[in-house]
Design a protein around this ligand. Structure first.
Ligand code: ATP
Length: 412
């Protein structure tokens, strides 16, 4: 395809995008045509990803802030070029652990087939899925058997997910029928997608293929750290691409004005840390009564970080949402929180509950407190043990800074 063709293609998609974003009658008057028609961004306001002016609109195809049709066109052209020029790396796949359940059925009729009780039990045993609670649906063998919107299925496929992982097999069907869940599965087992799929599906179905008329968020995800929130929001955008599904990220380190501006424009999902969300809710009037799904990701970590009261405050501001709680382990304190939020909670555990990851060898070394640093440095200096990359967990941010400085000085 020549350059001219590409330009035309971009132009026509702009018109379609603009038509979706504003009422047809107002479209030409309201949407700024050229970037110099747009004003400069004030501190804290979103900025156009192309020219840096005030990012008054959100591009439907990329979710980026843009200031005008002109910049939207440039943005889409850039993307069209990069997609055609750059070879994308293949999506990361989870290791297949049991070929019985990871082989695609050539005559995939899993949409219509339902498992007998014995089959369900045997499947759960094989995949080490244990469930506790009333009327838990059987695990699904494919994403297509979940009655998901077509576009969501395409996005799942585009992400390279051919089969659901065990946690997805069990958590997705249960969440889709509105059950509140307490899920534990080891890290990297696909938990994020197991709560995002039901959220994207719910939001897309509520809006019935239309952009939200009421600008109220429908789902909220709380995560303990800024970095986790960024990751989760990124994955949500991928799964919600092309659907009436917009997201807002509410974390520290970014201006609050930009975050509230995005929420006020109308989003389906808010992803944030409890602390920043409370700040935002105290300062601004955000309508939370339409939030029907609340996810607490890494809830054990949130409790360890002292977010219990903030999580409860947020929960009390919602109108009895379905709660999806995810935790690496399920200590008593997590179970207590779960039962205070939902009456009938379904507990789903993948693998052996409360057991450390078998892939990690644990070796305790007993040292006197005074000797601790010396021992750590001996390990870091030893060629036998120090094979980068290596993660050292310390008690505080300051401790991490001091340690990394000391290691840099010592190892050069
Ligand atoms: N069904 C699937 N098929 C193939 N890959 C998948 C599937 N679901 C998720 N993945 C990939 O597996 C990796 C781990 O997934 P994810 O981050 O959701 O795991 P997690 O359990 O949430 O991990 P963590 O506890 O570290 O947050 C990601 O790269 C993700 O893209």
């Amino acid at each position: 395809m020549g350059n001219g063709d590409k330009a035309n293609q971009c132009e026509s998609s702009i018109i379609a995008v603009a038509g979706n974003e504003v009422p047809v009658s107002a479209a030409e008057d309201d949407v700024k045509e050229r970037c110099w028609h747009q004003r400069e961004a004030l501190p804290g306001e979103p900025r156009c990803v192309v020219c840096g002016r005030y990012g008054e609109y959100v591009c439907d195809e990329t979710e980026d802030d843009i200031c005008s049709l002109e910049c939207k066109k440039i943005l889409l052209c850039r993307i069209a070029k990069s997609v055609s020029l750059v070879d994308r790396p293949p999506p990361m796949r989870l290791p297949t652990t049991d070929e019985c359940f990871y082989v695609r059925d050539a005559n995939d009729n899993s949409e219509t087939r339902s498992l007998t009780n014995d089959q369900t039990e045997s499947l759960r045993r094989k995949l080490e899925i244990s469930v506790r609670g009333g009327s838990v649906p059987a695990p699904v063998l494919s994403f297509t058997s979940c009655s998901l919107p077509q576009k969501l299925l395409q996005n799942i496929e585009a992400a390279g997910y051919e089969m659901p992982t065990p946690v997805q097999m069990q958590a997705i069907p249960a969440a889709l029928i509105g059950q509140s869940l307490l899920v534990s599965a080891e890290t990297g087992s696909g938990k994020t997608c197991s709560f995002l799929v039901p959220i994207v599906s719910y939001c897309a179905k509520i809006h019935c293929g239309q952009l939200p008329t009421e600008k109220k968020p429908l789902a909220m995800i709380l995560s303990p750290t800024r970095e986790l929130c960024i990751q989760v929001e990124g994955q949500a955008k991928l799964l919600g691409k092309g659907l009436p599904f917009k997201t807002a990220l509410v974390v520290g380190g970014d201006a609050m004005a930009g975050q509230i501006h995005r929420i006020q424009q109308g989003v389906s999902l808010i992803v944030g840390t409890p602390g920043r969300l409370i700040d935002l809710l105290i300062k601004y009037d955000i309508e939370l009564d339409a939030i029907s799904i609340l996810v607490l990701d890494e809830v054990d970590c949130m409790l360890q970080r002292g977010f219990h009261e903030q999580v409860m405050q947020i929960f009390r501001a919602l109108s009895q949402p379905q709660v999806l709680m995810y935790s690496a382990t399920i200590p008593k304190v997590v179970e207590k929180l779960a039962s205070s939020m939902a009456k009938d909670i379904t507990v789903v555990s993948i693998g052996k509950p409360n057991k450390p990851n078998v892939a990690v060898k644990q070796l305790p070394i007993w040292v006197e407190s005074k000797q601790k640093k010396k021992k750590l440095f001996d390990i870091l200096m030893s060629k036998q043990h120090f094979r980068p990359p290596l993660v050292v967990f310390v008690g505080s941010r300051l401790g991490a800074d001091l340690l990394s400085e000391a290691v840099t000085v010592t190892t050069g």
